[in-house]
Design a protein around this ligand. Structure first.
Ligand SMILES: *Cc1c(COP(=O)(O)O)cnc(C)c1O
Length: 398
Protein backbone atom coordinates (compact mmCIF):
# COMPACT_ATOMS: atom_id res chain seq x y z
CA UNK A 1 0.00 0.00 0.00
CA UNK A 2 1.34 3.42 -0.87
CA UNK A 3 0.17 6.71 0.57
CA UNK A 4 -0.69 9.69 -1.60
CA UNK A 5 2.27 12.01 -2.09
CA UNK A 6 1.99 15.58 -0.84
CA UNK A 7 3.08 16.56 -4.36
CA UNK A 8 -0.26 15.11 -5.56
CA UNK A 9 -2.33 16.72 -2.81
CA UNK A 10 -1.77 14.11 -0.08
CA UNK A 11 -0.85 14.72 3.55
CA UNK A 12 2.84 15.77 3.94
CA UNK A 13 4.95 13.72 6.39
CA UNK A 14 5.28 16.84 8.55
CA UNK A 15 3.47 20.15 9.01
CA UNK A 16 6.46 22.52 9.08
CA UNK A 17 9.42 22.72 6.74
CA UNK A 18 12.65 21.11 7.95
CA UNK A 19 15.72 22.89 6.53
CA UNK A 20 18.82 20.98 5.39
CA UNK A 21 21.19 22.76 7.76
CA UNK A 22 21.02 25.25 10.58
CA UNK A 23 23.48 26.87 12.97
CA UNK A 24 23.25 26.12 16.68
CA UNK A 25 23.78 29.16 18.92
CA UNK A 26 23.53 29.01 22.71
CA UNK A 27 23.76 31.54 25.56
CA UNK A 28 27.52 31.01 25.89
CA UNK A 29 27.95 32.06 22.24
CA UNK A 30 25.86 35.18 22.79
CA UNK A 31 27.82 36.06 25.92
CA UNK A 32 31.15 35.55 24.15
CA UNK A 33 30.12 38.01 21.42
CA UNK A 34 28.70 40.51 23.94
CA UNK A 35 31.97 40.42 25.90
CA UNK A 36 33.93 41.45 22.81
CA UNK A 37 31.47 44.26 22.08
CA UNK A 38 32.19 45.65 25.59
CA UNK A 39 35.94 45.28 25.16
CA UNK A 40 38.55 47.58 23.58
CA UNK A 41 39.02 45.57 20.40
CA UNK A 42 36.39 44.75 17.81
CA UNK A 43 39.11 43.69 15.37
CA UNK A 44 42.90 43.15 15.48
CA UNK A 45 42.52 42.22 19.16
CA UNK A 46 43.36 39.22 21.34
CA UNK A 47 40.56 36.90 20.15
CA UNK A 48 42.22 36.51 16.75
CA UNK A 49 45.41 34.99 18.14
CA UNK A 50 43.37 32.96 20.60
CA UNK A 51 41.36 31.39 17.78
CA UNK A 52 44.49 30.75 15.70
CA UNK A 53 46.15 29.07 18.67
CA UNK A 54 43.07 26.95 19.38
CA UNK A 55 42.88 25.76 15.76
CA UNK A 56 46.58 24.80 15.89
CA UNK A 57 45.94 22.76 19.03
CA UNK A 58 42.86 21.12 17.51
CA UNK A 59 44.54 20.14 14.24
CA UNK A 60 48.19 19.73 15.12
CA UNK A 61 49.16 22.32 12.49
CA UNK A 62 51.91 24.63 13.72
CA UNK A 63 50.63 27.75 11.91
CA UNK A 64 47.20 29.29 11.48
CA UNK A 65 45.88 32.57 10.08
CA UNK A 66 42.26 33.51 10.74
CA UNK A 67 40.62 35.14 7.71
CA UNK A 68 37.28 36.68 6.77
CA UNK A 69 35.71 33.59 5.16
CA UNK A 70 36.47 30.26 3.52
CA UNK A 71 36.79 31.86 0.09
CA UNK A 72 39.43 34.30 1.35
CA UNK A 73 41.18 31.32 2.97
CA UNK A 74 41.37 29.56 -0.41
CA UNK A 75 42.49 32.78 -2.13
CA UNK A 76 45.26 33.37 0.42
CA UNK A 77 46.32 29.71 0.20
CA UNK A 78 46.59 29.90 -3.61
CA UNK A 79 48.54 33.17 -3.42
CA UNK A 80 50.89 31.70 -0.82
CA UNK A 81 51.37 28.61 -3.01
CA UNK A 82 52.56 30.98 -5.72
CA UNK A 83 49.70 30.37 -8.17
CA UNK A 84 49.79 32.88 -11.02
CA UNK A 85 49.13 33.27 -14.74
CA UNK A 86 50.12 30.15 -16.68
CA UNK A 87 49.80 27.84 -13.69
CA UNK A 88 47.32 24.97 -13.62
CA UNK A 89 45.65 23.80 -10.43
CA UNK A 90 43.80 20.49 -10.38
CA UNK A 91 40.60 20.38 -8.36
CA UNK A 92 37.24 18.64 -8.08
CA UNK A 93 34.11 19.79 -9.95
CA UNK A 94 31.75 18.67 -7.15
CA UNK A 95 32.42 21.57 -4.82
CA UNK A 96 31.28 25.08 -4.08
CA UNK A 97 32.39 27.42 -6.88
CA UNK A 98 34.76 29.27 -4.52
CA UNK A 99 37.30 26.41 -4.69
CA UNK A 100 37.95 26.92 -8.40
CA UNK A 101 37.33 30.68 -8.29
CA UNK A 102 40.30 31.06 -5.92
CA UNK A 103 42.56 29.77 -8.70
CA UNK A 104 41.05 32.27 -11.16
CA UNK A 105 41.55 35.15 -8.70
CA UNK A 106 45.28 34.45 -8.91
CA UNK A 107 45.27 34.30 -12.71
CA UNK A 108 45.73 30.53 -12.70
CA UNK A 109 43.73 27.90 -14.60
CA UNK A 110 41.51 25.40 -12.75
CA UNK A 111 41.70 21.89 -14.22
CA UNK A 112 38.90 19.57 -13.17
CA UNK A 113 39.65 15.97 -12.25
CA UNK A 114 36.85 13.44 -12.00
CA UNK A 115 35.48 11.98 -8.77
CA UNK A 116 35.35 8.44 -7.42
CA UNK A 117 31.73 7.29 -7.99
CA UNK A 118 31.53 5.66 -4.55
CA UNK A 119 33.21 8.20 -2.27
CA UNK A 120 32.32 11.26 -4.41
CA UNK A 121 35.83 12.61 -3.65
CA UNK A 122 38.45 13.61 -6.21
CA UNK A 123 39.92 10.49 -7.87
CA UNK A 124 43.73 10.33 -7.53
CA UNK A 125 44.03 8.44 -10.84
CA UNK A 126 42.18 11.26 -12.61
CA UNK A 127 44.41 13.84 -10.88
CA UNK A 128 47.49 12.03 -12.11
CA UNK A 129 46.12 11.85 -15.65
CA UNK A 130 45.65 15.63 -15.73
CA UNK A 131 49.12 16.65 -14.58
CA UNK A 132 51.10 18.66 -17.15
CA UNK A 133 54.32 20.64 -16.84
CA UNK A 134 52.15 23.65 -15.95
CA UNK A 135 50.53 21.97 -12.93
CA UNK A 136 51.50 23.68 -9.71
CA UNK A 137 49.01 22.55 -7.09
CA UNK A 138 46.09 20.28 -6.26
CA UNK A 139 43.09 21.48 -4.27
CA UNK A 140 41.37 18.44 -2.76
CA UNK A 141 37.92 19.03 -1.31
CA UNK A 142 36.77 17.02 1.70
CA UNK A 143 33.30 16.81 0.24
CA UNK A 144 30.62 16.17 2.94
CA UNK A 145 33.37 16.17 5.61
CA UNK A 146 34.88 12.82 4.56
CA UNK A 147 38.61 12.96 3.84
CA UNK A 148 39.93 12.42 0.31
CA UNK A 149 42.35 9.59 -0.47
CA UNK A 150 45.29 11.47 1.04
CA UNK A 151 47.60 8.47 0.97
CA UNK A 152 47.51 8.61 -2.83
CA UNK A 153 47.19 12.40 -3.17
CA UNK A 154 50.16 13.13 -0.94
CA UNK A 155 52.25 10.64 -2.88
CA UNK A 156 51.27 12.18 -6.23
CA UNK A 157 52.00 15.71 -5.01
CA UNK A 158 55.39 14.71 -3.57
CA UNK A 159 56.37 12.87 -6.74
CA UNK A 160 55.46 15.78 -9.03
CA UNK A 161 56.51 18.63 -6.73
CA UNK A 162 52.96 20.00 -6.34
CA UNK A 163 51.51 21.96 -3.44
CA UNK A 164 48.61 20.08 -1.82
CA UNK A 165 45.82 22.36 -0.65
CA UNK A 166 42.91 20.86 1.29
CA UNK A 167 39.58 22.66 1.10
CA UNK A 168 38.31 21.56 4.50
CA UNK A 169 35.24 23.81 4.59
CA UNK A 170 33.21 20.67 5.38
CA UNK A 171 35.66 18.68 7.47
CA UNK A 172 36.66 20.37 10.72
CA UNK A 173 36.98 17.61 13.34
CA UNK A 174 37.61 14.87 10.76
CA UNK A 175 40.81 12.84 10.73
CA UNK A 176 42.51 10.49 8.27
CA UNK A 177 44.79 7.65 9.44
CA UNK A 178 45.02 9.37 12.80
CA UNK A 179 45.99 12.75 11.31
CA UNK A 180 43.50 15.51 12.10
CA UNK A 181 42.36 17.60 9.13
CA UNK A 182 44.70 20.60 9.21
CA UNK A 183 47.81 18.46 9.59
CA UNK A 184 47.48 16.45 6.36
CA UNK A 185 48.03 18.83 3.43
CA UNK A 186 50.56 21.63 2.88
CA UNK A 187 47.76 24.17 3.30
CA UNK A 188 44.29 23.58 4.74
CA UNK A 189 41.36 25.99 4.61
CA UNK A 190 38.32 26.19 6.89
CA UNK A 191 35.03 28.06 6.56
CA UNK A 192 32.85 29.18 9.45
CA UNK A 193 29.74 29.98 7.42
CA UNK A 194 26.51 29.21 9.34
CA UNK A 195 25.75 26.00 7.42
CA UNK A 196 29.16 24.52 8.34
CA UNK A 197 29.86 22.44 11.45
CA UNK A 198 30.97 25.44 13.51
CA UNK A 199 30.14 29.04 12.67
CA UNK A 200 31.37 32.57 13.22
CA UNK A 201 28.66 34.18 11.05
CA UNK A 202 31.39 34.57 8.46
CA UNK A 203 34.96 33.48 8.99
CA UNK A 204 37.69 31.13 7.91
CA UNK A 205 41.24 30.02 8.53
CA UNK A 206 44.33 28.80 6.73
CA UNK A 207 46.46 26.18 8.47
CA UNK A 208 49.89 25.13 7.39
CA UNK A 209 53.04 23.32 8.36
CA UNK A 210 55.81 25.27 6.65
CA UNK A 211 56.92 28.54 8.28
CA UNK A 212 57.66 30.31 4.98
CA UNK A 213 54.30 29.33 3.52
CA UNK A 214 52.64 30.47 6.75
CA UNK A 215 54.38 33.84 6.53
CA UNK A 216 53.17 34.29 2.95
CA UNK A 217 49.57 33.46 3.93
CA UNK A 218 49.77 36.02 6.72
CA UNK A 219 51.21 38.70 4.42
CA UNK A 220 48.61 38.16 1.68
CA UNK A 221 45.80 38.25 4.25
CA UNK A 222 47.07 41.47 5.92
CA UNK A 223 47.61 43.88 3.00
CA UNK A 224 51.14 42.58 2.33
CA UNK A 225 52.19 44.73 5.27
CA UNK A 226 54.56 43.72 8.05
CA UNK A 227 55.93 45.50 11.09
CA UNK A 228 57.87 42.42 12.17
CA UNK A 229 61.36 43.81 12.87
CA UNK A 230 63.52 41.03 11.38
CA UNK A 231 61.46 41.01 8.16
CA UNK A 232 61.84 44.73 7.38
CA UNK A 233 64.04 45.66 4.43
CA UNK A 234 64.78 49.12 5.83
CA UNK A 235 66.19 48.51 9.29
CA UNK A 236 66.87 50.99 12.05
CA UNK A 237 63.53 52.81 12.12
CA UNK A 238 61.40 53.44 15.17
CA UNK A 239 58.31 51.55 16.32
CA UNK A 240 55.86 53.31 14.02
CA UNK A 241 57.60 51.95 10.96
CA UNK A 242 56.09 49.21 8.81
CA UNK A 243 56.49 48.09 5.22
CA UNK A 244 54.20 46.89 2.46
CA UNK A 245 56.25 44.26 0.68
CA UNK A 246 53.70 42.70 -1.67
CA UNK A 247 50.14 43.34 -2.84
CA UNK A 248 47.96 41.75 -0.20
CA UNK A 249 44.34 42.01 0.85
CA UNK A 250 42.31 42.82 3.92
CA UNK A 251 41.14 39.30 4.82
CA UNK A 252 40.85 40.02 8.55
CA UNK A 253 38.41 38.15 10.75
CA UNK A 254 37.02 40.37 13.51
CA UNK A 255 37.35 39.67 17.23
CA UNK A 256 33.55 39.44 17.33
CA UNK A 257 33.66 36.56 14.87
CA UNK A 258 36.70 34.93 16.48
CA UNK A 259 34.98 34.95 19.90
CA UNK A 260 31.95 33.25 18.38
CA UNK A 261 34.15 30.65 16.66
CA UNK A 262 36.00 29.98 19.93
CA UNK A 263 32.75 29.50 21.80
CA UNK A 264 31.48 27.18 19.05
CA UNK A 265 34.71 25.15 19.20
CA UNK A 266 33.89 24.40 22.86
CA UNK A 267 30.94 22.45 21.45
CA UNK A 268 32.75 20.71 18.58
CA UNK A 269 32.87 17.33 20.35
CA UNK A 270 29.13 17.47 21.02
CA UNK A 271 28.42 18.63 17.46
CA UNK A 272 30.60 15.84 16.07
CA UNK A 273 29.03 13.11 18.22
CA UNK A 274 25.51 14.12 17.23
CA UNK A 275 26.40 14.32 13.52
CA UNK A 276 27.95 10.86 13.70
CA UNK A 277 24.84 9.52 15.40
CA UNK A 278 22.56 11.02 12.74
CA UNK A 279 24.72 9.64 9.91
CA UNK A 280 24.73 6.17 11.48
CA UNK A 281 20.94 6.13 11.62
CA UNK A 282 20.56 7.37 8.04
CA UNK A 283 23.07 4.75 6.83
CA UNK A 284 21.27 2.00 8.73
CA UNK A 285 17.78 2.88 7.58
CA UNK A 286 18.50 4.01 4.03
CA UNK A 287 21.35 1.63 3.21
CA UNK A 288 18.85 -1.25 3.14
CA UNK A 289 16.88 0.29 0.28
CA UNK A 290 18.10 -1.16 -3.05
CA UNK A 291 17.45 2.05 -5.04
CA UNK A 292 19.69 4.03 -2.68
CA UNK A 293 23.47 4.26 -2.64
CA UNK A 294 25.11 5.59 0.51
CA UNK A 295 28.49 7.31 0.54
CA UNK A 296 31.57 5.13 1.04
CA UNK A 297 34.67 6.40 2.80
CA UNK A 298 38.37 5.57 2.42
CA UNK A 299 40.12 3.31 4.93
CA UNK A 300 41.42 5.38 7.80
CA UNK A 301 38.67 7.99 7.58
CA UNK A 302 37.22 9.18 10.88
CA UNK A 303 34.63 11.60 9.65
CA UNK A 304 32.52 14.36 11.11
CA UNK A 305 29.94 14.58 8.34
CA UNK A 306 28.78 18.03 7.26
CA UNK A 307 26.41 16.84 4.52
CA UNK A 308 24.41 13.65 4.11
CA UNK A 309 24.07 12.65 0.47
CA UNK A 310 21.40 10.37 -0.92
CA UNK A 311 22.25 8.88 -4.27
CA UNK A 312 19.29 7.39 -6.10
CA UNK A 313 19.25 4.86 -8.91
CA UNK A 314 16.77 6.54 -11.22
CA UNK A 315 16.88 3.63 -13.66
CA UNK A 316 14.80 1.79 -11.04
CA UNK A 317 12.43 4.66 -10.29
CA UNK A 318 9.68 6.12 -12.44
CA UNK A 319 10.74 9.72 -11.80
CA UNK A 320 13.81 11.89 -12.25
CA UNK A 321 15.83 13.78 -9.66
CA UNK A 322 13.87 16.94 -10.21
CA UNK A 323 10.55 15.27 -9.43
CA UNK A 324 12.02 13.46 -6.40
CA UNK A 325 13.37 16.80 -5.15
CA UNK A 326 10.01 18.55 -5.66
CA UNK A 327 8.19 15.66 -3.98
CA UNK A 328 10.51 15.81 -0.92
CA UNK A 329 9.96 19.57 -0.67
CA UNK A 330 6.19 19.00 -0.84
CA UNK A 331 6.57 16.57 2.10
CA UNK A 332 8.16 19.55 3.93
CA UNK A 333 11.66 18.06 3.91
CA UNK A 334 14.11 20.78 2.84
CA UNK A 335 16.40 18.73 0.66
CA UNK A 336 19.15 20.39 -1.33
CA UNK A 337 21.64 19.53 -4.09
CA UNK A 338 25.43 19.60 -3.57
CA UNK A 339 26.81 20.43 -6.05
CA UNK A 340 26.25 21.44 -9.66
CA UNK A 341 29.57 20.63 -11.43
CA UNK A 342 31.43 23.95 -11.32
CA UNK A 343 32.38 23.92 -14.99
CA UNK A 344 28.70 23.67 -15.99
CA UNK A 345 28.09 27.24 -14.85
CA UNK A 346 27.68 29.83 -17.62
CA UNK A 347 30.76 31.69 -16.40
CA UNK A 348 32.97 28.62 -16.72
CA UNK A 349 31.36 27.77 -20.07
CA UNK A 350 32.34 31.26 -21.22
CA UNK A 351 35.94 30.40 -20.31
CA UNK A 352 35.77 27.40 -22.65
CA UNK A 353 35.04 24.50 -20.28
CA UNK A 354 32.68 21.94 -21.82
CA UNK A 355 30.22 19.41 -20.47
CA UNK A 356 31.43 15.82 -20.54
CA UNK A 357 34.77 16.64 -18.89
CA UNK A 358 34.12 14.56 -15.76
CA UNK A 359 31.54 11.81 -16.46
CA UNK A 360 31.46 10.44 -12.89
CA UNK A 361 30.86 13.90 -11.45
CA UNK A 362 28.09 14.59 -13.95
CA UNK A 363 26.37 11.25 -13.27
CA UNK A 364 26.69 11.91 -9.54
CA UNK A 365 25.10 15.34 -9.93
CA UNK A 366 22.12 13.97 -11.89
CA UNK A 367 21.29 11.43 -9.19
CA UNK A 368 22.03 13.02 -5.82
CA UNK A 369 20.13 14.87 -3.12
CA UNK A 370 21.28 16.29 0.22
CA UNK A 371 19.20 15.35 3.25
CA UNK A 372 18.89 17.51 6.38
CA UNK A 373 21.82 17.09 8.78
CA UNK A 374 22.51 19.49 11.63
CA UNK A 375 23.17 19.41 15.35
CA UNK A 376 19.79 20.79 16.39
CA UNK A 377 17.65 18.31 14.46
CA UNK A 378 15.65 15.97 16.65
CA UNK A 379 15.11 12.23 16.42
CA UNK A 380 11.58 13.02 15.24
CA UNK A 381 12.94 15.34 12.51
CA UNK A 382 15.16 12.54 11.28
CA UNK A 383 12.34 10.01 11.45
CA UNK A 384 10.28 12.36 9.25
CA UNK A 385 13.09 12.53 6.67
CA UNK A 386 13.46 8.75 6.58
CA UNK A 387 9.70 8.28 6.33
CA UNK A 388 9.50 10.73 3.42
CA UNK A 389 12.34 9.00 1.54
CA UNK A 390 10.71 5.59 2.02
CA UNK A 391 7.29 6.93 1.02
CA UNK A 392 8.69 8.33 -2.23
CA UNK A 393 10.84 5.33 -3.11
CA UNK A 394 7.87 3.00 -2.59
CA UNK A 395 5.65 5.20 -4.70
CA UNK A 396 8.10 5.60 -7.59
CA UNK A 397 9.56 2.08 -7.51
CA UNK A 398 9.20 0.45 -10.95
C1 LIG B 1 31.42 26.99 2.14
C2 LIG B 1 32.50 26.54 1.23
C3 LIG B 1 33.51 27.39 0.76
C4 LIG B 1 33.48 28.86 0.96
O1 LIG B 1 33.41 29.28 2.28
P1 LIG B 1 32.81 30.72 2.64
O2 LIG B 1 33.15 30.85 4.08
O3 LIG B 1 31.33 30.66 2.38
O4 LIG B 1 33.50 31.72 1.79
C5 LIG B 1 34.52 26.83 0.00
N1 LIG B 1 34.54 25.54 -0.31
C6 LIG B 1 33.59 24.69 0.10
C7 LIG B 1 33.69 23.25 -0.25
C8 LIG B 1 32.52 25.17 0.87
O5 LIG B 1 31.54 24.34 1.25
Amino acid sequence: MTTKLALHGGEPVRRTKLGYGHQYIDEADIQAVADVLKSDFLTCGPKVGELEQRLCTLTGAPYCTAVSNGTAALHAACLAAGIGPGDEVITAPITFAATANAVLYCGGTPVFADINPETYEIDPASVEARITEKTKAVIAVDFTGAPCDYGALRHICQTHGLVLIEDAAHSIGTSYRGMPVGSIADLTTFSFHPVKTITAGEGGAVLCKDPDLAQRVLMYARHGITRDQPMLQDQGNSNWYYEQQLLGYNFRMTDIQCALALSQLNKLDRFAARRRELVRRYDEELGKIPEIQIQKEYDGADTVRHLYILRLDFTRLSCDRREFYDAMQAENIGVNVHYIPVYWFPYYQSLGYRRGLCPNAEAYYESSLTLPLFYGMTGQDQADVIRAVKKLVEYYRK
